[in-house]
Design a protein around this ligand. Structure first.
Ligand SMILES: Cc1cc2nc3c(=O)[nH]c(=O)nc-3n(C[C@H](O)[C@H](O)[C@H](O)COP(=O)(O)O)c2cc1C
Length: 173
């Protein structure tokens, strides 16, 4: 039987929304993930940093930049034991400096993705998927990484139809 996992990273706290900073309780990516949970039958795993980035946006920006520069692998709060039971993995993340956050790299390093189908979803404020898809392909040798879905983070609330269409075109609905 085919089983789907939604693995995602998302940060709440202060973020930038089309010209203004605002504190939020739920990150943009998590808003989209919550929609997907309603649309399909899937397990979900949140990729969370043990030592999270600052709630202050400008500080977080710098911390994430440093982690990217040093190719860091931030420690996670918890890790899945295995992904063996899943044949499809939706990987949802914000665009951080053109690619996925380094905490996602920590998650990717842990497992063998050969033979898995990976659907990347990236929320962003203008850079789309960036180079996250090619980075993902390098990090998951032998996996089938399909065309990703880029969502404007500040419009995550209105993403239902594009998310549904993407899931449907990938045979999940
Ligand atoms: C550290 C950091 C780096 C970012 N870098 C980019 C970027 O390079 N391009 C872009 O379009 N958006 C960038 N953004 C905006 C986020 O991708 C966007 O707000 C996203 O929806 C945040 O998702 P989240 O609320 O689930 O964490 C960045 C945001 C942060 C906090």
């Amino acid at each position: 039987m085919s089983k789907t996992l939604i693995a995602y990273f998302s940060r709440a706290d202060e973020n930038y929304f089309g010209g203004a900073m605002r504190y939020v309780k739920t990150g943009n990516t998590e808003i989209v993930v919550n929609k997907m949970k309603e649309m399909i039958d899937a397990d979900a795993f949140k990729i969370e940093m043990k030592d999270p980035y600052s709630p202050v946006y400008m500080t977080c920006i710098e911390e994430a930049k440093e982690d990217l520069k040093s190719n860091a692998r931030p420690e996670l709060v918890s890790m899945l034991g295995s992904i063996d039971e899943y044949d499809t993995i939706i990987l949802a993340y914000p665009n951080y400096w053109g690619t996925y956050p380094m905490a996602v790299a920590t998650f990717l390093d842990r497992f063998d993705f050969a033979g898995k189908k990976i659907l990347p979803l990236c929320t962003n404020e203008g850079s789309g998927m960036g180079h996250s898809e090619s980075d993902l392909m390098k990090a998951t040798e032998g996996a089938n990484v399909v065309n990703g879905l880029a969502i404007t983070g500040s419009r995550a609330d209105d993403s239902d139809s594009s998310v549904r269409k993407w899931l449907s075109s990938n045979g999940l609905i």
